[in-house]
Ligand binder design. Sequence first.
Ligand SMILES: Cc1cc2nc3c(=O)[nH]c(=O)nc-3n(C[C@H](O)[C@H](O)[C@H](O)COP(=O)(O)OP(=O)(O)OC[C@H]3O[C@@H](n4cnc5c(N)ncnc54)[C@H](O)[C@@H]3O)c2cc1C
Length: 384
Amino acid sequence: MKERVAIVGAGIVGLAHAWSAAERGHEVTVYERTKVASGASIRNFGMVWPIGQPAATRGLALLSRERWLTLTQESRIWANPYGSLHLAHRADEWSVLQEYYELQRNTELGTHLKLLSCEEAFERSPGINPVGFLGALDCDLEICVNPTETIRKVPGWLMDRYEVQFKFETAVAEVATGRLKTATGQLDSFDRIVICSGHDLETLYPEQFVDLPLKKCKLQMLRTVSQPNQWKLGAHLASGLTLRHYESFQECSSLAALVQRIAAETPELNRFGIHVMASQDNHGRVVLGDSHEYGDEIEPFDSMEIDQLILRELQKIIRLPSWDLERRWHGIYAKNTGGAFVSLAPEAGVYICTGLGGAGMTMSFGVAEHLWRQWDNAATEVLV
Ligand SMILES: Cc1cc2nc3c(=O)[nH]c(=O)nc-3n(C[C@H](O)[C@H](O)[C@H](O)COP(=O)(O)OP(=O)(O)OC[C@H]3O[C@@H](n4cnc5c(N)ncnc54)[C@H](O)[C@@H]3O)c2cc1C
């Protein structure tokens, strides 16, 4: 049955829900408090990164990836499905990559993985620093998108393709079964309201979040100028430091030695949650990051020390024709530390979806589609 659906928030989670609802033939209106979306979804790396997901959530990541390919092909929004390389510059990093490859050999993920020699890896990316380089794990699943351009173009595509309505500069102040009230006092009626307000846990149904293991996290990022002479980075690059960050590698028994060595050798990296990665956007600029500061550690101001540590670690593993920076920024997300996301139904016909943490670009299309398939069958409360 055709429903009138409201989505609160035009970040990636809200857009994913708007798309899934519109595909089902519902009449969809998206409310976004800012003039154009400005939250975590435009500030991220733009990495669609299934390799970071553990087995339990990999299926959702792969569903999401398929939907990214559909969306970017249909909308002609830029995407580069060029895959990723995890680089080993230390023996313990190489051990983890080898163990992970062996563990995945007979899984579906295994068909997308290869262990590369140094020579093979240089063919996938001229950006690898050869000093101390031992080899790489290649995965062909990862996609790079330009987050700022994508998040700002998808609304236009949803309007043209599905007649989704967008109300920008319209904050939602209150929601209840069947209706929402904007900050200017306008009342609108809907059959279903899905709140995707990112890390704003204070405005709508704040009491719902009190007992949940949700944490806010701040990340610092940097971006170079366009690389000279059309230079191409190739695959997304991730460092050995990244192996201790993504849950997927935690099944490797060899990870413990790497974690111990980093804690002893470079404790400053743990203090700021630093692991380093690089990807290149459609303008030739290389996006560099990142750090993780949680809860009470979050300051409104950015730290030069963190930027310098990120650059120091990146220069150990990659080489760029130009390290000139054109931009620095930070973003904040909400992370469910007890699962991949949070989905709540605080009242009949009202839903909340947030808490995707550092995997919102990777997971949103899969999570939204999964929830809409559940809601197609029954409107029940789900807490993952
Ligand atoms: C620096 C950084 C790098 C990252 N890199 C990656 C990556 O490479 N790959 C990956 O998978 N994930 C990455 N992430 C995580 C990903 O960006 C987030 O998980 C995702 O963007 C969260 O999306 P969201 O829609 O929940 O939140 P947001 O993008 O913050 O969107 C929420 C929107 O809701 C609006 N809103 C809030 N309250 C209201 C209201 N009451 N009324 C109207 N509008 C409202 C806000 O204005 C905002 O636009 C990264 C995050 C950061 C910060």
